[in-house]
Ligand binder design. Sequence first.
Ligand SMILES: [Zn+2]
Length: 275
Amino acid sequence: MIAWSMVRSGRLQPSDWHDSNRYDAKMAADSRETLLVGLAHPDDEVGVAGTILAQRARGDRVVIVWLTRGEMTEAFGPLPTEEVARRRMEQGRQAGEILGVETRFMNFPDTALVADRATAVEVARLICEIKPTGLITWGDGWVRGVRHPDHQACSKIFRDAVNLARIAKVVAPAAPHRHDLPIFTLRDVHSHLPIAAVDVTPHRQTIGDLADFYMHGVGFGDPAWMEHRLSEAGRRWGCRYAEELDAWETVGDRLYPALLPAPVGAQTFHPGRRR
Ligand SMILES: [Zn+2]
């Protein structure tokens, strides 16, 4: 049984989410979640590293899928594109080791991601294989870097894929994946969506390890920027360090010890198809 069905049925009150001990005890016995983190390039996951680690600390499965191999970077100097791709895939593998998660690369072209149906169907088939119970992907972006065209395309690809994965005739011969699958997106400065904040204080050291790894590898993950970003979010939520995501269809404007299981918001519950 998934935990937010307990919320709906009244066995677990939404107020329980404020108390991490009660949350842990009730949730851990009931569910093992699978958080899919669908991103465009290796190193995109730096912005949600604490949320990933919080989910892992709960004993759940986390799978990072990068749609591209990030082969267009110039961080390694003048190397053949395939050699850059090889190095970046190795970086992704090592990042997965730091975070303790599964990692997958798809083979779509860096800087040329297109949110078309064929791409979304391919990702939908992967969703049917992974069977996630929650998704983090890119959201709308306004700031340079965040609004990279691949990030914007990636967001639509994964959001479309969640729907397509439910449709048997689309994903055949794979079995459709119809589990509730709440979506969270990386939050940029002008977002007006509700916030799902995660207390990442216990994971600050490992977040820093990942940022250092990419700082040395591709020059992204400035320590001062990381400290400012995490501590400012923490200040807003009354903890030392936090990460904030857009909550698309869950109870937002809350601080959670881990993102999943996420209670579905009253206005966003969709009854779905009974058969
Ligand atoms: Zn990126």
